[in-house]
Design a protein around this ligand. Structure first.
Ligand SMILES: Cc1cc2nc3c(=O)[nH]c(=O)nc-3n(C[C@H](O)[C@H](O)[C@H](O)COP(=O)(O)OP(=O)(O)OC[C@H]3O[C@@H](n4cnc5c(N)ncnc54)[C@H](O)[C@@H]3O)c2cc1C
Ligand code: FES
Length: 255
């Protein structure tokens, strides 16, 4: 894990409510894996807690990491306001990411902000048989589809892009046509619950990235605990250390 001062190379909006930041972070990029995240210090120096942001892409040769950030509260607004030439402090790469090495057919599922880490997973694991399913609120919120390494089916809540449907609708139809070797998903909790149900019912391996639960981000506060079932019985895992990616059969997403 590296704590580095990273130069901002690019900072631009890429969709409504989403900003892309590209940082010079050679040491982090060299160790990164899809599904991992970085912990960014808010640049005003007034916020003690860092903000966890998933890797949307990384390039070990160029020494860069790319992030998709939703300006939600003060911390993320200040991060999105960073300009090329500024420096941001990033700790990472953190957490346990996706793993689909050797899978011939991967179905990628992303909802909203969750599309960002799924793009990173697609760069690493997409094959000729793989497919991706993205759900957005509206066409204005859509991103991640140009230069995708496998076919993408996008749906929206309002029907302005693709069908007016939940992302699990085309996913379920695709599973009925061809069973993937594994499903990789990230998105809001209700979407993850629905993907988990589908995968378990079909007996398919599935990995889910949880982005909604975090406190300190470094394993100290237990604020990110989630219930998991292991061969030894029920226990608690930390999203920041043991995740954010979990096996769908193990993680409990109730309530
Ligand atoms: C593993 C992981 C990956 C993430 N990846 C991304 C990403 O790629 N892009 C993105 O835009 N957002 C991502 N998030 C969510 C992002 O970290 C929060 O939106 C952000 O921390 C909110 O900070 P804020 O100051 O803007 O908002 P505020 O609401 O002002 O934050 C106040 C406090 O709550 C915490 N907080 C609020 N919401 C969240 C949340 N959903 N998760 C964790 N902490 C929260 C903040 O750390 C802060 O301490 C990710 C979260 C996790 C856990
Ligand atoms: S966020 Fe504090 S232990 Fe995971």
């Amino acid at each position: 894990m590296i704590d580095a001062a990273c130069g901002v190379l690019e900072s631009a909006p890429i969709a409504e409510g989403l900003h892309r930041l590209t940082l010079a972070a050679p040491e982090i990029a060299a160790q990164a894996a899809p599904g991992q995240f970085v912990h960014l210090l808010v640049p005003d120096g007034a916020h003690i807690l860092r903000r966890p942001i998933s890797l949307m892409a990384f390039d070990a040769h160029a020494g860069t990491i790319t992030l998709g950030i939703q300006p939600k509260g003060e911390g993320t607004r200040l991060l999105c306001a960073a300009k090329p030439g500024d420096t941001l402090r990033a700790l990472g790469p953190l957490g346990r990411g996706f793993d689909a090495k050797g899978a011939a057919c991967v179905y990628f599922v992303g909802g909203g902000l969750g599309v960002a880490p799924v793009c990173c997973a697609m760069d690493a694991f997409a094959t000729a048989q793989s497919r991706a399913f993205f759900g957005f609120r509206s066409a204005a919120n859509a991103y991640g589809m140009t230069q995708a390494p496998c076919p993408v089916t996008a749906v929206t809540d309002d029907g302005t892009l693709g069908a007016r449907a939940l992302v699990t609708v085309p996913l379920e139809a695709a599973i009925a046509q061809r069973r993937p070797d594994v499903i990789l998903a990230c998105g809001p909790l209700p979407m993850l619950r629905a993907v988990r149900r589908l995968a378990l019912a079909a007996g398919l391996p599935c990995q889910l990235s949880l982005e909604e639960r975090m406190g300190c981000g470094v394993g100290a506060c237990l604020g990110c605990s989630v219930k998991v079932t292991t061969p030894e019985g029920e226990t608690y895992a930390r999203v920041c250390r043991d995740g954010p990616v979990f096996d769908a059969r193990e993680v409990c997403l109730d309530g």
